[in-house]
Design a protein around this ligand. Structure first.
Ligand code: SF4
Ligand code: SF4
Length: 375
């Protein structure tokens, strides 16, 4: 089986019949369900359920994509499970399933919703760079196949969040904060995520790029109609193609670079066979404000990063002092003294978890003076 095939199939909107046909075709182009979902298999479908947001906000994988995929896995004779662990730990998991539309998918398809915060096992990471051991749910480790189902989005810290970065959601609950605490630099975070990828390799990556996100993702309100679904057996190759579509070089994205350097997939476009629609660059796609830092040599960047990066700041007109950001901050840099919450920039490691997880979209990313000049 050629793992270097990536299919791009047109899909104009989230009409369930259109999405299902697009996924059917996308998977067929890369060789079909063999080795992914076969009779008697248990298959874990992992969407991007970053936070409790309704589908039309474009923050999470659209439920129509999850539903169509689950139905196709079932038609192939396998049992489909839907599993995730959001970064925010303040609220019940059922709230996330409901708001993101996955409860309805479960009701319609009969696929169970699985918490990845339960039945935790320790696993050795043979070639781990940051982690030599990880804790993952039995559901992740004991299924026959894992399918990563990201949304095409920018990410203010890592530039891009796709098939590989989506696997940070396999880390149970607050363990994700420990990743950010231990790896404040994007390059290190990329290595840590690839440690996860190295022990939980998806057999299929399926990307929702029907509507993508540009600007300061992963919770930007700038959505773009891209109108395609991508599929591939090599998650790194799929991310590479998606990055090329939005004008990023694969080696600018920490997860893609780390995974390719460890030979866990290919990031060389010349070695990837694109099938279906041709690879077209989305015109004027807006990259995150921090994209500029990737062009700065690392030693210089280490010295000036704090001055040129954007910083989170809560808006008084939106902040409800709910405390989600404070509880999600890996270095306790957020204080509820008055409204809005205050960020201590001396402690802040710019992980942007507060920005990602604020349910009110009250955290803005403000550019420093130097960052504005640089851009
Ligand atoms: S910034 Fe957002 S998450 Fe933080 S307290 Fe205000 S509303 Fe809650
Ligand atoms: S204040 Fe926000 S960006 Fe800074 S470390 Fe805390 S969660 Fe991360």
């Amino acid at each position: 089986m050629n793992n270097r095939k990536i299919s791009i199939v047109e899909c104009a909107d989230y009409d369930i019949r259109r999405v299902k046909e697009a996924i059917r075709k996308a998977v067929s182009l890369i060789g079909g369900w063999e080795g992914i979902a076969e009779r008697g298999n248990r298959v874990l479908v992992k969407p991007n359920m970053l936070s409790a947001r309704p589908p039309d906000e474009g923050v999470t994988t659209h439920p129509a994509v999850v539903r169509a995929l689950v139905e196709l896995v079932q038609e192939a004779g396998a049992e489909a499970l839907i599993g995730d662990s959001p970064g925010e730990t303040n609220r019940e998991l059922s709230h996330f399933w409901e708001v993101c539309g996955y409860s309805e998918v479960s009701r319609v398809t009969g696929a169970p919703l699985i918490s990845l915060d339960r039945e935790i096992l320790e696993v050795e990471v043979a070639d781990g760079v940051i982690y030599k051991r990880l804790h993952l749910s039995r559901s992740v480790l004991e299924v026959d196949a894992l399918i990563t189902v990201p949304k095409l989005k920018t990410h203010s810290l890592t530039l891009f969040t796709g098939a590989v970065k989506n696997l940070l959601g396999l880390i149970p609950g607050g363990g994700k904060l420990e990743f950010h605490r231990r790896c404040p630099r994007p390059d290190d975070l990329g290595e840590a995520v690839v440690d996860v990828f190295s022990v939980a390799r998806p057999k299929l990556a399926l990307m929702d790029a029907v509507v993508g996100m540009e600007g300061n993702g992963p919770v930007s309100d700038k959505l773009r109609d891209i109108g395609v679904i991508l599929a591939g057996r090599d998650s790194v190759a799929l991310d590479t193609v998606a990055q090329a579509m939005i004008g990023l070089k694969a080696f600018d994205v920490p997860t893609t670079r780390a995974a390719a350097q460890r030979k866990l997939g290919t990031s060389d476009l010349r070695q990837i066979e694109v099938l279906g629609q041709p690879l077209k660059v989305v015109e004027d796609f807006l990259l995150p404000s921090n994209a500029v830092v990737r062009s700065i040599p690392r030693p210089i960047l280490d010295l000036i990063a704090r001055r040129i990066m954007v910083r989170p700041r809560a808006r008084a007109d939106k902040c409800t002092n709910c405390g989600v950001c404070m509880n999600s901050c890996p270095v306790d840099a957020i204080y509820i003294e008055e409204r809005p919450v205050r960020v201590d920039y001396k402690k802040c490691i710019l992980c942007l978890c507060c920005y990602e997880l604020c349910p009110e979209k009250a955290m803005d990313l403000r550019k420093s003076l130097l960052a504005r000049f640089w851009r």
